[in-house]
Ligand binder design. Structure first.
Ligand code: GUN
Ligand code: ZN
Length: 436
């Protein structure tokens, strides 16, 4: 039995603040001890109650810090780590000129392993403990990422990208290969420790109707695997999908016809979804990954998250970095951009809404709220410790922050990887900043 404990302020959500009175949605403790045993949280409480029960268990105390559930990145492409910040294009040109070039390097297992190492290391430095990850068309790129995540005990979801048209020839599979290779990877990795498989058609333009038919068969054979793809990111893309699938009611309908819109299906972007499509997301329990740094970087648009959360038909939403069109591994920086996207649309959208999206919101979007996303006895012990004074200017600014909401807002506007004091995965410290 490995037993450890950490002490600091804590923040955790129990409900969606977009749909309930914000004050009823979260629990904040100014000073609490969290005890972790064999990967799960076994006790939480005031130091005066918990410390006397701990015997010689080591307690790590973090000053000027707040412990939150490990951040969840609900949409990210690990093979694009090497092209973050590639200049100058909108979606389709960016894919052709950068993403599709970088992804061809992943036929080489050594390269895939190296990038997987860099990628996972960077996630842990940024307090990301779980994510839904796109690999490449090559199954070995999936093996490389899962193997790296497993070394750290992470709850990670990933899948082989399926595409059989409108991409360079070396990146294309076929309908049959998409089925066979995805199935083999499901058998190997789905439910292997904390890993889960995600059936991953890249997006509607790169899969033929025949490939979608095969993926429909696959997801019906495995009703508990996750599904991920992109939807309504860019207006030219939306027009292209209309031309490619003239019989579909809209973009979402392309996926829906092949049973790909359901619980535990998560679609990146959704910037231009119509009211009808949002109704389908609501009715089926599918989720949207909000990827604001990418939406700004590629000029795709501003997602109106408040509209997605319309109480008449709320949609599940998580936060996605969407690297490498996204520009930061930092969830704090991604929340910064999500705030600006909200400003361009509608308010209210506070720091508490933001931290919900990055934790419990992400867990709900991925159907994992019974396991991760909140600090609760019985939940898996994935925790991120935020140093509230990580830079001189944040330290100075925090003197003038006189509420929890304001303190969190300062962190998400000014904070980045330097704000992460430590990251715990399944109760083990997997990252600590130099001064911690
Ligand atoms: N749509 C299809 N593929 C991609 C991708 O790799 N990145 C982004 N941002 N959008 C996509
Ligand atoms: Zn993406």
């Amino acid at each position: 039995m490995t037993k450890t404990a950490i002490e600091a302020a804590t923040l955790s959500f129990a409900k969606d603040p977009f749909l309930n009175d914000v004050e009823d949605c979260y629990h904040f403790e100014e000073d609490a001890v969290i005890v972790m045993e064999d990967g799960t949280i076994t006790q939480i409480g005031k130091p005066s109650d918990i410390l006397p029960t701990l015997g010689d268990t080591k307690v790590t105390k973090y000053d000027d810090s707040i412990i939150v559930p490990g951040f969840i990145d609900t949409h990210v492409h690990y093979p694009q780590t090497e092209i973050i910040g590639a200049y100058g294009e909108q979606l389709i040109d960016w894919l052709n000129n950068y993403a599709f070039v970088a992804e061809q390097n992943f036929s080489d297992s050594d390269h895939a392993q190296e990038v997987a190492r860099v990628f996972i290391n960077e996630q842990l430095r940024n307090g990301v403990t779980s994510s839904a990850v796109y690999c490449t068309v090559y199954p070995r790129s999936v093996d490389a990422l899962f193997a790296e995540a497993q070394k750290h005990g992470m709850r990670l979801m990933a899948g082989k990208v399926c595409m059989d048209r409108n991409a360079p020839e070396p990146l294309l599979d076929t309908p049959q290969r998409a089925y066979d290779e995805s199935k083999e990877l499901i058998e190997k990795w789905h439910g292997n420790g904390r890993l889960e498989y995600v059936v991953t058609p890249r997006f509607a333009p790169t899969s033929s109707p025949e490939q979608f038919e095969m993926l429909k068969t696959l997801v019906n054979e495995y009703p508990d695997v996750l599904i991920q793809s992109h939807v309504s990111e860019n207006l030219n893309e939306v027009e292209w999908v209309k031309e490619l699938f003239p019989g579909a009611k809209d973009y979402t309908d392309v996926y829906d016809k092949y049973d790909l819109v359901r619980k535990r299906a998560i679609y990146g972007h959704g910037v231009h979804l119509t009211e009808r499509e949002l109704g389908v997301f609501h009715d089926t329990g599918a989720a949207v990954a909000h990827c604001p740094t990418s939406n700004f970087f590629l000029g795709s648009g501003c997602l109106n998250v408040t509209n997605l959360k319309n109480p008449a038909r709320p949609v599940k939403v998580g936060i996605g970095t969407d690297l490498g069109a996204g520009t930061s591994f930092s969830i704090l920086q991604t929340l910064n951009e999500a705030y600006k996207a909200a400003q361009m649309n509608s308010l209210p959208y506070t720091s508490l809404h933001s931290f919900y999206l990055a934790t419990l919101g992400g867990a709900e979007a991925l159907g994992l709220e019974d396991k991760i996303g909140s600090i609760q006895v019985g939940k898996e012990a994935d925790l991120t410790v935020i140093n509230m004074k990580s830079t001189p200017i944040i330290d100075y600014r925090m003197r003038y922050a006189d509420s929890l909401e304001e303190a969190l807002f300062v962190q998400m506007i000014l904070g980045d990887d330097r704000a992460i004091a430590a990251t715990y995965v399944a109760g083990s410290k997997v990252y600590a900043a130099q001064n911690h």
